[in-house]
Ligand binder design. Structure first.
Ligand code: HEM
Length: 307
């Protein structure tokens, strides 16, 4: 393994199509911001637009890095673990650019930046998330795993869940009117957390298709309820009465597809993937009698990552 691993090569030094495609996806949003800035397509406040876009991508990549474990298990695609670090580090880089753009927006007046971060709660929370992300990115290498030991390293990287929660709160707090997108991300995060809790509790690799259906329904419902409570609080309406009305109205297509339905659909898609891949696996190699279930898609490296 070279001292500076080449990003487009896998651990054995072979050119990896998966890594190349991932790199392209990770770089594309930044490239698009630069292109749009160059052709004056970032609107009246280009710096502000770039701040929004980089913050958005930081959060999306953070969520995607957490989705790698359930995906690789249900898809029986262990090689996905190879790109998790790349996605996580990309989230930290986008968050870093996000704050740099914010500093530029305040004309590099660091005293003002500091006082804003201290005095505005949503910035204080964003700052805490950023610090956490930078620590995780700085320790996302084999040398840190060796230095800290696998168990301590994994415990440290469990902080990714808390950091995502902080980033979500930061997203909600700066959202002025429409909370649809933050609610969608919060719902997907609820699904991801539910997956970890269930997988940890059952102590096995992939969850069963039925377990995943249950999780999808629960996460979808929590998201619908969360949105109802959020709107009720924002518009000072009685929470219980409004939540009831909202749950009924959520079936009205005129209201648009609420985030809860998307969360349900994503969860059901994962259950379907698990069912199809599990069925194919069973047909290809029937398990010998008395054999125990093995964590699917696990690899030596995966034990070192938060699951
Ligand atoms: C010191 C740290 C941070 C600062 C100073 C900061 C600052 C900001 C500012 C000024 C905005 C726009 C608010 C507005 O226009 O009213 C924003 C939006 C946002 N930030 Fe941050 N942020 C920080 C950390 C983070 C981190 C770590 C993440 C994610 C991992 C993040 C994700 C977002 C998101 C998702 C948005 C909303 C984007 C959108 O509207 O689509 N921020 N942030």
């Amino acid at each position: 393994m070279p001292a500076f691993p080449v990003l487009w090569r896998d651990r054995r030094g072979r050119l990896s199509a998966l890594r190349i495609a991932t790199l392209a996806v990770l770089i594309w949003p930044a490239l698009l911001i630069v292109i749009d800035a160059g052709r004056g397509a970032l609107g009246g406040r280009p710096l502000n637009e770039a701040i929004h876009r980089t913050g958005w991508w930081a959060l999306v990549f953070l969520l995607l890095s957490l989705a790698v474990t359930p995906l690789r298990r249900s898809a029986r695609f262990g090689r996905l673990v190879d790109i998790r670090r790349m996605v996580g580090v990309a989230a930290a880089i986008y968050a870093g650019i996000h704050i740099l753009l914010y500093v530029a927006d305040l004309r590099f007046d660091l005293l003002k930046v500091g006082s804003e971060i201290v005095s505005r709660l949503y910035l204080t929370i964003g700052f805490a998330a950023l610090l956490g992300l930078l620590v995780l990115a700085a320790t996302s290498n084999d040398a840190s795993v060796k230095r800290l030991g696998g168990l301590r390293w994994r415990r440290l990287h469990l902080a990714a869940y808390g950091i995502t929660l902080l980033a979500l709160i930061h997203f909600f707090q700066q959202t002025k009117a429409d909370i649809t997108v933050p609610t969608l991300y919060a719902g997907l995060f609820a699904w991801l957390m539910g997956y970890r809790l269930l997988a940890g509790w059952r102590g096995e690799g992939a969850l069963s298709p039925l377990g995943l259906v249950g999780l999808a329904v629960a996460a979808g419902l929590v998201t619908l309820l969360g949105e109802a409570v959020g709107i009720a609080i924002a518009f000072s309406r009685p929470v219980l009465a409004f939540a009831g009305q909202f749950l009924v109205a959520a079936f009205d297509p005129d209201l648009g597809i609420r985030p809860g339905w998307w969360v349900l659909a994503a969860g059901l898609a994962m259950a379907a993937l698990e069912a199809v891949r599990g069925w194919g696996e069973g047909r290809a190699a029937p398990a010998p009698a008395g054999s125990t279930k093995v964590a699917v898609g696990s690899s030596p490296g995966s034990a070192l990552q938060p699951r």
